[in-house]
Design a protein around this ligand. Structure first.
Ligand code: TRP
Length: 389
């Protein structure tokens, strides 16, 4: 099935190596020996899965709530790119998770699934190497969510700190929370656990903000194994990126909802316009004033990521007032545009044939479903459920 799409693989290869050079610190070699050992043991016990699983399996996902930005790239995708060759990789577009908060606003989800798939593919996630799929195409995940909900203590979900933050974002006060916070949202971490365990993934590359969800998933996996006296689920370990949070153009954390991001799919013109608005050194009032890179809020940290090789030059020019902030940001926009050029080219190519993304997802869905089906066969046996279908 190597030729499901005529994706120019060489292209993404060169991009990956370009990025590794750019940010080689992002790839930490913290592969846990314990996990490897555990996985090996589990594989031995599960002959069904051994045929395909020779590498540790990793799984991660993103909600289809809009196009991705540079923060997603440095916070997650860079890791995925590094790992996709090393591990047996499953990347899910988690549309049910989007519904946990956006259940009234369902129109955009279909389009956003496509946009996320395009973003992943254009940065170099390769559909022949990684399995890219849509969560709702795998009903076994919903079944596993249901079954895990039977063994998950109620107070585990209620005390989830990430959930508390989500409730705060969704509702202004307790009254509003009563109406807006659904049973489904309460089950968010259980559903995420089902996502991971359906693939019996040993590693989960995510941002640090997902730490408590991963702990939750490990607790549920352990509890399942303990209650039924099996070693069926590995305890999924997180793999965090080492990139510091990317600043948005206003100096806050780059975020979709803060309107301070540069999207991977923005045009060069939009990028220039956005970068020109970035907050610089607030103490530099006149063009002739010398600047201070240490006080420069956004461009300087971005230069560090995108153009480490010219940092000394930028510093000298800024601090001697040889260059003004506008020109400096124009140059930075140029560097970012150059960085995103191959991503945009790849996106343009992928969108030429509207069927390409559909084909890739259909292929990934089928492949992912097979694995989840095998897992669920085992779970049903363990939980004493007869096979009626
Ligand atoms: N909760 C994750 C986020 O908000 C998305 C997610 C859902 C996920 N299921 C997952 C991430 C499984 C990793 C593994 O980013």
């Amino acid at each position: 099935m190597r030729s499901i799409v005529n994706a120019p693989c060489g292209w993404s290869r060169s991009l990956v190596s370009h990025r590794s050079a750019l940010n080689s610190t992002c790839f930490s070699s913290t592969a846990s020996l314990a996990v490897h050992a555990n996985n090996r043991r589990l594989r031995k016990e599960s002959s069904d899965l051994t045929a395909t699983a020779t590498k540790t399996r990793i799984m991660s996902g993103m909600r289809p709530t809009g196009r991705l930005h540079l923060g997603h790239y440095f916070g997650a995708l860079l890791n995925w790119l590094e790992y996709q060759d090393k591990y047996d990789s499953y990347f899910s577009i988690v549309d049910w998770h989007a519904l946990t908060t956006k259940y009234q606003d369902v129109k955009g989800i279909g389009g956003n699934i496509r946009e996320i798939a395009l973003d992943w593919l254009s940065v170099g996630i390769e559909p022949e190497v990684s399995t890219i799929y849509v969560q709702s195409a795998i009903p076994e995940i919903a079944e596993l969510h249901l079954l895990l909900s039977m063994i998950t203590p109620q107070n585990w979900v209620e005390r989830e700190p990430t959930l508390k933050d989500m409730v705060k974002m969704l509702a202004a006060d307790e009254g509003e929370a009563k109406e807006k916070v659904t049973y489904g949202l309460l089950g968010y971490p259980v559903l995420m656990t089902a996502d991971i365990l359906a693939f019996r993934a040993g590693l989960v590359p995510v941002g640090k903000d997902q730490e408590s969800h991963l702990e939750f998933a490990r607790d549920v996996a352990k509890r399942f194994n303990y209650i039924y006296g099996v070693e069926y689920f590995p305890e999924p370990q997180p793999k965090f990126t080492s990139t510091p949070l990317l600043k948005g153009l206003d100096g806050q954390k780059m975020g979709k909802s803060y309107n301070n991001d540069v999207k991977l799919a923005d045009t060069p013109e939009d990028t220039l316009k956005k970068v020109k608005q970035a907050i610089t050194d607030r103490t530099r009032i006149a063009r002739a004033d010398p600047g201070h890179t240490d006080l420069c809020e956004v461009p300087w940290p971005l230069y560090k990521i995108f153009a480490a090789d010219i940092l000394p030059q930028v510093k000298t020019e800024c601090e001697s007032a040889t260059i003004g902030c506008v020109d400096c940001k124009t140059r930075l926009a140029g560097v970012i545009n150059e960085f995103l050029r191959p991503v945009r080219e790849k996106r343009a190519e992928l969108t030429k044939d509207p069927q390409t993304v559909e084909k890739i997802l259909a292929y990934g869905n089928a492949k992912a479903r097979k694995v989840a089906q095998e897992t669920l066969n085992g779970v049903r046996d363990i939980m004493g459920l007869s096979r009626w279908v």
